[in-house]
Design a protein around this ligand. Structure first.
Ligand code: SAM
Ligand code: SF4
Ligand code: SF4
Length: 364
């Protein structure tokens, strides 16, 4: 009998909140001195793709137990939580999933979040990561609702490779149409994320670089990661970013450029002929935990302080249990103050086997 791997959605492994140091004074640092600046919110655990590295079909089949609608945070709950986080110090929100554009009336949520102002009066930065499948239809409405930019995932330019990766027979042309629509709507600069897996789409690196060079879009290459517990990750499948940079640099000369802001995860490179930039996200070969300022809220309101967490903190219970904003803020401060995550720095073949939270649930 073949062993069936059960994806870890939540598994009831919520951690009790750490002791709270009252009153929470302000944007505190975690145990490694990192501030909390970015919040990723997963708005659905569902997706119309079955990317082999994220939601493999053998696990995420038609009987997969997705969350019931009542389990999801409502738009009001998400917005309330986001406001408390903004008051605590976050400056950016990224909506993700699953496929965030599958959440019904997502434009309404964007409107609600876009109205949040930071304590210093600035608007919150609001972005979204999507597989692009319905972007051609929705880009304009997303922009009108207040979304500032999008990141679109695209792993290849030929249908055979792309379809083998999305495992949903989804053609490249529709994603490219989504990217064009996002650009035309002003959701720019559009970032394009390509996950590179050895032996699967490495032959697409140069065609992708050529296609987007000079387009104004920023193509970023992401090392294949051991997120979740279902994607069968092996170190051998990872193509190190430095190899990607030399492969592209040999054909189209590149030079390194400074980060846009401290803690930016993508390392930036620009074409020496002035035709734009690319990025590499070396989550495996050059861990950037030291500057990791991100927290993640899962679709059902669990707070995770690392993408590779094995358990989270139940903030939905706080939201639904009559806690005040001040109490929830104190809970955020307690969780962040106790944070010492640095998974990518200590990754090994052993840690890769741990039952981590699935990326489609926690959000990328
Ligand atoms: N469905 C949306 C999409 O694909 O853009 C948003 C959610 S997806 C989980 C967010 C990002 O995570 C995508 O760019 C995806 O390519 C990336 N991702 C998923 N699994 C990954 C893995 N094992 N290694 C590296 N990146 C991964
Ligand atoms: Fe869906 Fe995005 Fe995961 Fe692909 S990477 S299966 S599009 S959530
Ligand atoms: Fe941040 Fe965890 Fe990734 Fe390190 S492994 S960069 S702590 S999310």
């Amino acid at each position: 009998m073949t062993e069936r791997v059960i994806a870890l959605v939540d598994a009831g492994r919520h951690k009790p909140l750490p002791p709270q140091a009252e009153p929470a004074a302000g944007p505190a640092r975690d145990r490694l001195g990192r501030a909390l600046r970015d919040l990723r919110i997963s708005v659905t655990d569902r997706c119309n793709f079955r990317c082999v590295y994220c939601m493999p079909k053998e696990i995420f089949g038609k009987d997969y137990p997705y969350l019931a609608h009542s389990a999801l945070l409502s738009f009001e709950e998400i917005t309330r939580l986001a406001k408390i986080f903004a008051d605590y110090g976050i400056e950016k929100i990224r909506l993700t999933g699953g496929e965030p554009l599958l959440r019904r009336n997502i434009e309404r949520l964007i409107e609600m979040l876009a109205a949040i102002t930071l304590p210093d009066g600035r608007r919150i930065e609001l972005t979204l990561t999507t597989n692009g499948s319905s972007l051609a239809k929705k880009a304009r409405a997303l922009k009108d609702a207040g979304l500032q930019r999008v990141t679109v995932s695209l792993d290849a330019l030929d249908d055979a490779t792309f379809m083998a990766m999305n495992d949903a027979d989804f053609p490249v042309a529709k994603v490219l149409a989504g990217i064009d629509a996002a650009d035309a709507a002003g959701l720019a600069p559009v970032k394009i994320n390509m996950v590179v897996k050895r032996g699967v789409n490495e032959h697409s690196i140069l065609p992708m670089a050529r296609r987007f060079k000079g387009s104004g879009h920023v193509l970023r290459f992401i090392e294949f990661m051991d997120v979740g517990a279902t994607n069968g990750w092996r170190m051998d499948d990872v193509i190190p970013s430095r190899d990607i940079i030399s492969m592209i640099g040999e054909q189209m000369p590149l030079e390194a450029i400074d980060p846009n802001y401290p803690g930016e995860v993508a390392e930036r490179w620009r074409y020496r002929d002035g035709s734009g930039e690319i990025g590499v996200i070396s989550s495996v070969t050059q861990a950037f935990c030291r500057s990791c300022t991100r927290a993640r809220i899962s679709t059902e309101g669990m707070l995770y302080t690392c993408l590779f967490a094995t358990s989270g903190y139940d903030f939905r219970s706080l939201l639904r249990g009559g806690k005040s904003d001040a109490e929830i803020r104190a809970a955020i401060a307690a969780v962040w103050g106790a944070r010492d995550d640095r998974y990518s720095e200590i990754r090994s073949a052993e840690t890769a086997k741990a039952r981590k939270i699935e990326m489609s649930y926690i959000g990328g």
